[in-house]
Design a protein. Sequence first.
Length: 398
Amino acid sequence: MNYRFSSRVSQLKSSAVRDILKLTQGKDMISFAGGLPAEELFPVQAIREAADHVFTAGTGALQYGLTEGYMPLREQLCERMAAKQMHVNPEQMILTTGSQQAIDLLVGVLTEPGDTVLVEKPTYLASLQVFALHGLKVIAAESDEDGIIPEDAERLIREHRPKLLYAVPTFGNPTGRVWSVERRKKLLALCKQNEMPIIEDDPYGDITFDECDQYPTLFSLEGQAERGAVFYTSTFSKTVAPALRSGWAIGDSSVIGMVAKVKQAADLHSSAIDQQILSQLLKGFDLDGHIRLISKSYGERMIEMHELLKRQGLQDVSWVKPKGGMFLWLELPDGLDAEALLRCAVQKGVAFVPGSSFYAEHPQRNTARLNYTYNTGARTKQGVERFVEALGEFTARS
Ligand SMILES: Cc1ncc(COP(=O)(O)O)c(C=O)c1O
């Protein structure tokens, strides 16, 4: 049979990261590609104890649950959000299958095919896949070390009238950048003036290397959920474990209600057992202490990779030391195509993500994203050596 795929999916590109991850399954391959947390830091024992507790509570734990998610976990998350000056009630929150699903559902209820979405340049790769699936045009505003440049965003809004802004203002993926408070306020005001909702995606905000560095979310700066412009989403993937596939979104209750309707059609609800385990975990386990522990370790791993790269004295390779998150964003020599470099690097046994994957259009090809959280010690050292060797050979050849 000849299958005729819908026009929305026939244009879809597979995620470069997922494709690379397939290539990197071999034991000898050192991967700086995925945004993977350190496995040895997963709170395995605490998750096991929480799961035991849930199962001993009875068979009801295995029943269907609410589309909006397990109420006790929503209440606990409302408290955690309030500690960050984000005040919501459970009706203004929905639990999702990772924050990836929150992005997809929000985009689905806030846009029509053919609409335009404004993003930062560069931006999270899998958000671009969501926009493509929903038939959206993507326009990207220039950004610098302080985040999106408001004047460029303003120009694009005037020219293209985008329906919404998607942003990762704190420790962005791929760049690790943090928007300054001034930029946050300017962008918020700009979007509100233009009646543009914002999806504020914040998976990395908790992973800060200096506890004194606190960045207000766009949601907290706006200070209102009902009829507000900001829809905030976050996840347990980076702070507990991605396999639990648990994220959440907060915002105006009518939009969250609409998201719940779409979610009913998509999957009825996310894993109720995982949500109960997380709820139990939040009762008996010091999650904030755990977040401090992983942040400290990730900060050390970032320094480790930064020092190793610095010691190589690489010509025309630059990066900014991130203050949190999971990635180093490298600018490679002018004219170098990081996709071609990747092929050479994979032969040497190291993988990374070429920066071009993070651009909706006009990619800056001489960029690369390196994850520093998954590996440590000898593997990081060997991976950096392989990367530098590949870079040396590649630049000598071209
Ligand atoms: C910026 C950003 N948003 C969303 C996600 C999705 O995370 P999850 O669906 O695991 O919560 C990721 C994962 O790496 C990410 O980097």
